[in-house]
Ligand binder design. Sequence first.
Ligand code: ADP
Length: 385
Amino acid sequence: MPTVEQIREALKVVIDPELRHNIVDLGMVRSIETPVDGRVDVVVSLTTPGCPIRSHFQKGVTEAIRGLGGVEQVNVGFDVLSSQEKSGLQQRLGRQDGLPTGALAAVRNVICVGSGKGGVGKSTVTSNLAAALFAEGKQVAAMDADVWGYSIPRMLGVHGRPTVSPQRRILPLVAHGGLKAISIEFFLDHEDQAITWRGPMLHKAIRQFLEDVEWGELDYLLIDLPPGTGDVSMTLAQLLPQARFVIVTTPQPAAQKVAARAADTAKRFDLEIAGVIENMSGFVTPSGERFTIFGEGGGQELADQLDVPLLGKIPLQEELRVGADEGTPLVISDPDAPASQAIIHAARGLIAATPQQIPTLQPELKPAPPAPPAPVTGTALPMAH
Ligand code: ADP
């Protein structure tokens, strides 16, 4: 059974999408009862009685507490902050580093690339898809949210430490003549540093990626999610209600089943799934013989099941792996290679399936009142000066 303190800690992943802070720090968690017989009672205080995002909190709180294990039932009650509490909240918000809102306002599409499990080629697909979209004339950035298994820097061949603009915003590194990249690697002093990071630290880093980075105008921000469906997906889902998912799977029925679970999470958070990409779809020998090493048909089945398009079937190709290891996506070094062609096809499908205009902001993302630029000192990430 988790302790009240553990529950409080876990609730830090629940974000108020309007105030853009977690409900614990906002003082919106009114009470947490000591768990009895697998049952946890929590009361959340809302800013207004008819709060439309009530169900968002209901879902978020339940998920966060269930994730602790040993909990069978979560009861979420609601009340309303008194006017005194509300002004306290306002003061606290005013004092906190004003989050630069609208950092993503010039981003047309946020695409989260997810998979049910690791090793299906999610990062390889993300980096090549980014390169393919860029080759199609789009403005693209790739961001690593896979803190424990980041691979964007290696695959795009970009390393170093970002600088900070005079407005105190983090400038992404640039690969291959214009592809922007932000990864946790750019902020670590040594490779193993992130391994010790736990939920809140992770949460803070991702928030900072999304909000303090000078993304500029982008057609696509691709986010390489960690495999599975953990805290990170949840954090992102709450920060980015307009994001779409692309699910990567291998052709095996087993892989397809775990990928479906990732899709379920996306759906639970009302995130639209733009399509499925099947990777490792057969291997063709130089003499033209095709071997279906990881089976056949899983991508199409998953796409049918989710009622979304199958954006592409990427064959196994050694050069794709070599390119990823050496830092030049195959799509750039050999766009005519079969794997490149499949990825370019997927990129075009994605372009067809996503708006090419700046979306009107959804209510959850409406810009907050003008905030001062984010002070970069005292935050999670070290910077170059
Ligand atoms: P994930 O991000 O899902 O954990 P990676 O993208 O790191 O997976 O891929 C795992 C390994 O498989 C990497 O070495 C990658 O280069 C290789 N790989 C991925 N897709 C293919 C493919 N279609 N053909 C050959 N190698 C591939």
